[in-house]
Design a protein around this ligand. Structure first.
Ligand code: SAM
Length: 209
């Protein structure tokens, strides 16, 4: 029997606990958290949503710089467990809600968020063997790597505040283009930033688009 022993990393100053059953926090994603935090100063009031939150470190690092509530969603009960632990470690448990379920199942119709952070799996199934250390649920994005990203895009379309923004993490600019081409046209991509481990795209509503 293999044991999953808790580990800790420092992520943008936060103590983050996790184990081998969830994705190890990747240092490059601090940039996504810091980008999110910088946007929060100018966005309308309201809670932050993180889709596919894993151990929760990206949303927590963004939320810790504001007074906003944070809603984290993940389909993996172990990830949700660690998000709750990490919210406590960060002293944010009073304003963090960790929801268990699929992106498309656990948001109420009338919920709106000025900022949505999304970190869906984005590795094509045929390529997942290249990442033997990573749990399949965390990285397997289906045939083209975008299957959960499509669900995340639909959730953003439905739940981003009319003056809100989203930051979605994917593997490449080509994936961002393919994802946006598949959407309803109600969102536009304002900027894509590239990092050593992936890309982050900033989306807004496409007024008149
Ligand atoms: C790439 S990991 C991101 C983890 C963390 N946010 C990060 O960036 O390090 C993707 C996460 O999505 C979760 N996930 C996979 N399918 C999902 C679905 N349909 N709905 C919600 N979460 C899902 C996995 O459990 C995993 O924690």
């Amino acid at each position: 029997m293999s044991l999953a022993l808790p580990e800790h990393v420092t992520f943008d100053g936060l103590d983050i606990a996790f184990d081998s059953r969830v994705l190890r926090p990747r240092p490059w994603t601090v940039a996504q958290a810091q980008w999110a935090a910088s946007l929060l100063t100018d966005l309308p009031p309201g809670p932050v949503l993180e889709l596919c939150s894993g151990a929760g470190q990206i949303g927590l690092a963004a939320a810790t710089r504001s007074q906003r509530r944070l809603v984290c969603i993940d389909v993996d009960p172990i990830a949700v467990h660690y998000t709750a632990i990490n919210a406590c470690l960060a002293g944010l448990d009073a304003r963090v809600e960790a929801r268990l379920g699929r992106v498309e199942d656990v948001l109420m119709d009338d919920e709106r968020f000025p900022l949505i952070i999304a970190d869906p799996p984005w590795v094509a199934t045929a390529e997942t063997h290249r990442y033997p250390e990573d749990p399949l649920l965390a990285i397997d994005g289906g045939r083209d790597g975008l299957s959960i990203a499509h669900d995340a895009l639909r959730a953003i379309e439905r739940h981003v505040h009319e003056a809100g923004l989203a930051l979605i993490q994917l593997g490449s600019s080509a994936q961002v283009a393919a994802l946006m081409a598949s959407g309803s046209g109600s969102l536009r991509c304002l900027e894509v930033r590239s990092y050593r481990g992936g890309v982050v795209a900033m989306l807004s509503r496409a007024f008149g688009g």
